[in-house]
Design a protein around this ligand. Structure first.
Ligand code: FAD
Length: 480
């Protein structure tokens, strides 16, 4: 019997344009597709609650996709090293193929597996395909990694185009023997008591089909207003591809090649370039994570290690629950809680509020996002938080403190986004909805709003908090 190749699925839960799986299938050896739920190897970065919900549905979708191709997906739970070793022993596999991952814990795991596999004369092969450009392929003129986005992206755009996406070979040859597999239902990845994810299926369709539908929908409509519209949360013009991209249900190359021709269309060129540059931020975050693997834990700009962060459990909880008294901040935090997603503009506003108005460590915000975001991604989340906090590579300067009132006036001028997520304010006229505590008593009464009862009093005063933040920043500046 020919020894099989194990295809170890990770954050690449798709069958289209998956170089490692395609290579395994072209080898002439049978292929055994496997997914391992490992809560040990990632250490503190094991999957958050919202990610688990997504994973459950995404695996269901992958199982169905593989079934139409003639294979089951073997599910195992436990430490990857042990589970793969057991599978190699049971099947006599000669090789393990997978896609490369970039998180420091995943890099370590790959090294450990490499050592383990070579002891048993089994090869471990990692394939690219989760990024457009491998982080090592992009270097400054002097050969160092980039720390600033614009020259990074210019350098990427001078590299050869990412390869066009490819189908799997048509003649599938799967491993036939009986292999024990867990049942997905037994992993209890979805919440039950309480089911805080009730209704999420209305917002999301995890899996490759859902990802492709989102991309096609975007290309047929919102792309034409992307560059300006992407700043306005109520317009909802962005793709919402982020959880699909994180779990690898669609390849970045597929997205790239769908968008790239539009750069040659004079009417669409600006929109398409802007969109591709957002994919560029994803590339940049991964480039930083690979070259500066401390980014999830430590400030990229070292002087920020001295920043006098506040410990304030009560304020942190008000922020988490969307009860700060600042409608734009509360709308964002409630959108996150209710849908597992938050619009990018609002992520910046709430992150600025936490790190500057409340002076709570960005790692608290990163941890909350990690647990509640469906697209929680170590590279994008860590870099996003450090960018807003001012401590990151090419970050917004710390003294750029978003004003949560004027940000609302500018990017949610009709108060539509606030009305959707903070319904207790929905009857307030526009001129009061961004700072309801300033509304005259009769306007509040008419709208059925009682500040301090039906909606909170602001937990900090904007001007006072801003001054305190700038003072605290002095300690960072003083050290250079
Ligand atoms: P679109 O505008 O349609 O963009 C298309 C794709 O480009 C996205 O799906 C995403 O993969 C990528 N992208 C867009 N903007 C960014 C960006 N600023 N940084 C990196 N990639 C980007 N994104 C995550 O995927 N996971 C996270 O955990 C995450 N945490 C964040 C935390 C903070 C504090 C901030 C400010 C941003 C964070 N982002 C994160 C980036 C960004 O907010 C989301 O990628 C974006 O809102 C997803 O919506 P979309 O798919 O509709 O984006």
């Amino acid at each position: 019997m020919t020894a099989p190749i194990i295809y170890w699925f990770r954050n690449d839960l798709r069958c289209f344009d998956l170089p490692g799986l395609a290579q395994a299938m072209s080898s002439g050896q049978p292929v055994l597709p496997v997914y391992i739920l490992d809560d040990t190897s990632p250490g503190e970065w094991q999957l958050g609650s919202a990610s688990r919900w997504w994973l459950h549905h995404s695996l269901q979708s992958l199982q169905a996709e593989l079934e139409t191709l003639g294979s089951a997906l073997v599910l195992r739970r436990g430490e990857t090293r042990e589970q793969l070793a057991a599978l190699i022993q049971d099947t006599g596999a000669s090789a393990v193929y997978c896609s490369r991952q970039y998180e420091p814990w995943a890099v370590q795991l790959e090294q450990d597996l490499h050592t383990e596999c070579s002891k048993h004369d089994v090869s471990l092969r990692r394939f690219p395909g989760s990024l457009l450009f491998e982080p090592e392929a992009v270097r400054t003129g002097s050969g160092t990694p980039f720390k600033v986005f614009t020259p990074f992206w210019k350098a990427c755009r001078k590299l050869p185009e990412p390869p066009a996406p490819k189908k799997l070979p048509s003649d599938a040859y799967w491993h036939q023997g009986q292999i024990a597999s867990d049942k997905l239902e037994n992993w209890s990845l979805t919440p039950t008591q309480p089911n805080w994810a009730a209704g999420w299926e209305q917002h999301w369709q995890p899996g490759s089909q859902g990802a492709l539908a989102k991309l096609q929908q975007f290309l047929a409509g919102n792309i034409s207003q992307y560059s300006e519209g992407r700043n306005h949360p109520a317009l909802d013009v962005t793709t919402r591809l982020s959880p699909h991209m994180h779990f690898g249900e669609i390849s970045p190359r597929e997205v790239w090649h769908a968008m790239r021709p539009l750069e040659n269309d004079p009417k669409m060129s600006g929109e398409a370039s802007k969109f591709l540059s957002e994919l560029g931020w994803r590339e940049f975050s991964h480039h930083l994570l690979v070259h500066f693997p401390d980014i999830p834990e430590s400030p990229f700009r070292e002087p920020f290690a001295r920043f006098p962060w506040e410990q304030n459990a009560k304020a942190l909880e008000s922020w988490q629950r969307g009860q700060t008294g600042y409608p734009m901040v509360d709308a964002g935090m409630r959108e996150l809680w209710q849908t597992g997603y938050m619009h990018n503009r609002v992520r910046m506003i709430v992150a600025s509020f936490l790190t500057k108005h409340l002076r709570i460590h960005w790692r608290e915000g990163q941890a909350w996002f990690w647990d509640t975001l469906l697209d929680a991604d170590l590279a994008n989340n860590s870099c996003g938080w450090q960018w807003v906090a001012g401590s990151g590579a090419d970050a917004a300067p710390y003294f750029r403190i978003f004003n949560p009132i004027t940000q609302g006036e500018k990017f949610d001028a009709d108060g539509e986004y606030i009305r959707q997520w903070v319904p207790e304010l929905s009857a307030l006229p526009n001129r009061y909805i961004f700072a309801p505590w300033e509304a005259p008593e009769e306007a509040l009464e008419k709208a059925g709003v009682a500040i301090g009862t039906s909606y909170p009093i602001p937990i900090v005063e904007h001007r006072v908090a801003r001054e305190a933040a700038l003072d605290a920043y002095g300690t960072v500046r003083a050290g250079g």
